[in-house]
Design a protein around this ligand. Structure first.
Ligand SMILES: [Zn+2]
Length: 282
């Protein structure tokens, strides 16, 4: 699952390839927009909003895309072969004179009026990598869901936007609590520092090809993907269990010694599920 830093990198690559250029090729391969033609329009900018990508073009139009699990935008020079997957997985092609951006497996692709972008991203909380970042609002949003397990509250993009499953596990480790701890039980000092810590992690990684939360060479992550290896801090075996609301169970990693709070017993099925307020695409 791409996280905010990955989307930010994708937006920058698209922006560098297309912004300021006139589209000479446009092909949106979803039924609703099969006849839409953006050729002749200049690309104004490409920006990330949480995990959403907004490609704005002249004439007040925005192409909104979301990569969800395995979508990708690839950029090719004219003489390069396209290697992002089989042709039938291509959902969008945007070409300028020297570069072509090809969107593969995009589960969300829609053409909006730029004035209506809020319909696509208006539900998002403050964006950790965005110009509208507002730590106080993020803290207030989290405080409004005291019964929600912290791990799920961090993934809910309405609270704050940009955290995916990797940073969820890493942040809970850095805060010293399990992802199953209800938000309301998090000590106040840690609730207060959580948003800035999350922002620091994403900012530190937005220019890196490989994620690093430990600040060390070698293992770049404290817990994510590390089971059954020992915790870098205490040597206890890292554990993994699913966490989710039933529709989306995510593998969740933690150190049972460094992190306090509820957690599934070894070998038990996933713990009780938090019902989110509604189903909105992260
Ligand atoms: Zn540990």
């Amino acid at each position: 699952m791409p996280e905010g830093d990955t989307i930010w990198q994708a937006a920058r690559r698209l922006h560098d390839a297309l912004a300021g250029k006139v589209l000479t090729r446009s092909d949106l391969r979803v039924p609703a927009y099969a006849t839409a033609d953006l050729t002749g329009r200049t690309v104004l900018d490409v920006t990330a909003r949480g995990k959403h990508l907004l490609t704005r073009v002249e004439g007040g139009l925005t192409l909104h895309s979301h990569l969800r699990m395995d979508g990708a935008w690839k950029i090719y020079a004219n003489d390069q072969r396209w290697t992002g997957g089989p042709a039938h997985q291509i959902r969008a092609i945007l070409g300028a004179h020297d570069r072509t951006a090809v969107g593969y497996r995009l589960p969300v692709l829609e053409l909006l009026r730029t004035a209506d972008e809020q319909q696509a991203v208006g539900h998002l909380g403050p964006d950790l990598l965005g110009p509208d970042w507002d730590a106080e609002r993020a803290v207030a949003n989290l405080a409004a869901v005291p019964d929600c397990p912290l791990g799920e509250a961090l993934l809910d993009q309405r609270n704050l936007a940009g955290i995916g499953n990797v940073y969820k596990s890493e942040l809970c480790f850095l805060l010293g609590v399990t992802p199953w701890l209800p938000v309301g039980a998090l000590p106040a000092d840690r609730t207060a520092k959580l948003p800035e810590l999350a922002k620091k992690l994403l900012e530190a990684n937005r220019d890196r090809p490989v994620r690093n939360t430990t600040g060390r060479r070698g293992p770049g992550l404290f817990v994510y993907g590390r089971t059954p290896r020992p915790c870098l801090r205490c040597g206890t075996r890292i554990r993994v269990a699913d966490q989710g609301d039933g529709s989306r169970e995510r593998p969740t990693y933690w150190c049972p010694t460094c992190q306090t709070g509820p957690a599934p017993a070894p070998g038990s099925p996933p713990t009780q599920r938090w019902r989110s307020r509604s189903r909105i695409l992260p």
